[in-house]
Design a protein around this ligand. Structure first.
Ligand code: NAP
Length: 287
């Protein structure tokens, strides 16, 4: 029954650890400082010591722009090390669950991406994650690889996570409105991953909350919901800007909506609309 969470200090890792604590299920939390995913002998020692039934890899080099200049590191953390971890789990008969990204797609489509659509990443991060998916499944065809998009939850460092504080401190926000995708509330993702493990799901799977949006839509909805909850909001105006004006080094897909039909069919669970998750996000990240 027990679980091991690699990258337990991250957004998803933290949500998984809280999920199992709430369920009262045994779960070993391994943050980066305690266990480096790239240190395969150390991981193998933990697997042999704890014999978890299932290992979640929530560790990754997620700094998309940094990956452009740290290509070798990105491929080691996001592809080679997960492949070695998958092999170590397979050798011991343990379930391995790996997480990937919507950034494996180039965004040329205008309908939600299915698992079998052609992946053509635009960035080093996307390429390293795609390589990770392929190598994990080559090492362990019974592994589960779940692609998610725009992950947010309490305590994270991504733009969507930081917006919670920004709407309380800044009068004007400038937010890109020209990239369309899905967001994924990490607490919902943790529940979804356990549902998939319980059904022994294998191979590639997409998961995100329901509904397409831009970062601008997310910010505007967050302000509305914060007002509704009576939380302090300083933000009076949100200016839509183009992603290009941010001058970020890595290219991102202009459209990366994920089709979650496979997840919903397999589990029988409908994914929650993204706006509903904002209420939980706001309530739970109250200081
Ligand atoms: N965040 C998003 O918007 C997003 C979108 C799509 C997909 N994903 C995917 O979702 C998964 C979870 O990411 P997240 O959103 O939870 O990101 P996150 O908050 O950045 O968490 C990643 C964690 O991995 C740790 N880590 C990095 N290198 C490591 C290593 N060598 N060994 C062990 N741990 C290491 C980091 O620790 P340090 O910070 O201490 O290095 C961090 O705690 C990843 O596979 C990511 O690619 C994320």
């Amino acid at each position: 029954m027990s679980r091991l969470v690699l990258g337990a200090g991250g957004i998803l890792g933290g949500a998984l650890v809280r999920h199992y604590a709430a369920l009262g299920m045994p779960c070993v939390a391994a943050p980066h400082a305690a266990l480096d995913l790239c240190d395969t002998p150390a991981l193998e020692a933990v697997l042999d010591r704890d014999r978890p039934a299932c290992v979640f890899n929530a560790a990754a080099l997620t700094a998309v722009d940094r990956c452009e200049t740290e290509r070798e590191r990105a491929f080691e953390v996001n592809a080679a090390a997960p492949a070695r971890a998958a092999a170590a789990c397979r050798a011991r008969g343990l379930r391995f669950v790996h997480v990937s990204t919507d950034y494996v797609f180039d965004g040329a489509r205008r309908r939600p991406y299915r698992e079998d659509d052609l992946a053509r990443p635009l960035s080093v991060y996307g390429a390293s994650k795609l390589e990770g998916e392929r190598r994990v499944l080559a090492e362990d065809p019974s592994a589960l690889v779940v692609r998610v998009a725009w992950v947010f939850d309490r305590g994270g460092r991504t733009f969507l996570c930081r917006l919670r504080k920004m709407i309380a401190s800044d009068e004007t926000l400038r937010v890109a409105n020209d990239r369309i995708g899905n967001c994924t509330y990490a607490s919902d993702l943790a529940t979804a991953l356990e549902a998939l493990v319980a059904r022994r799901a294998e191979g590639l799977m997409h998961f995100s909350n329901r509904g397409e949006l831009s970062w601008f839509d997310f910010a505007a909805a967050l302000v509305e919901e914060a007002h509704r909850l009576g939380l302090p909001v300083r933000c009076r105006a949100i200016e839509p800007i183009s992603s290009a004006s941010l001058g970020l080094p890595a290219r991102r897909p202009p459209y990366s909506v994920l089709d979650t039909a496979r997840y919903e069919t397999l589990t029988g669970h409908a994914v929650r609309p993204w706006r509903e998750t904002l209420l939980d996000f706001l309530r739970e990240s109250r200081d």
